[in-house]
Write a protein that binds this ligand. Structure first.
Ligand code: FES
Length: 109
């Protein structure tokens, strides 16, 4: 069975914004694109910038450190899909935003 965990309430992340949460020791960036929620690894693959603190424009977030853009729906770097951020499965249960932490983001046991 897939384990979903609550990471936020829907009203805490208004449309057009994002935030960073820590779940099971993993930093996750959550975004609200016109009412649809997306979640991905918070760590930019360039130099570790916090993607959840980046500016969201449509489905693209700018890394706040050096400006690389990522598509929050796919995790791909805009214009260069060789760089990719791991995305998380998201579901809405009532007011709760819930995600699954992919095994690739979990610390080795
Ligand atoms: S750390 Fe994200 S663009 Fe450099």
């Amino acid at each position: 069975m897939t384990d979903f965990v609550k990471v936020a309430l829907r009203h805490e992340i208004p449309p057009g914004t994002g935030r960073t949460v820590e779940v099971e020791g993993v930093g996750i960036a959550i975004f609200n694109v016109d009412g649809a929620f997306y979640a991905m690894d918070n760590t930019c693959p360039h130099a570790g910038g916090p993607l959840g603190e980046g500016k969201l424009c449509g489905t693209e977030v700018d890394c706040p450190w050096h400006g690389w853009k990522f598509d929050v729906t796919s995790g791909e770097r805009v214009g260069n899909p060789n760089f990719h951020v791991t995305c998380c499965e998201v579901r809405i249960q009532g007011e709760e935003v819930q995600i699954v932490i992919p095994p690739a983001l979990k610390e080795p046991a």
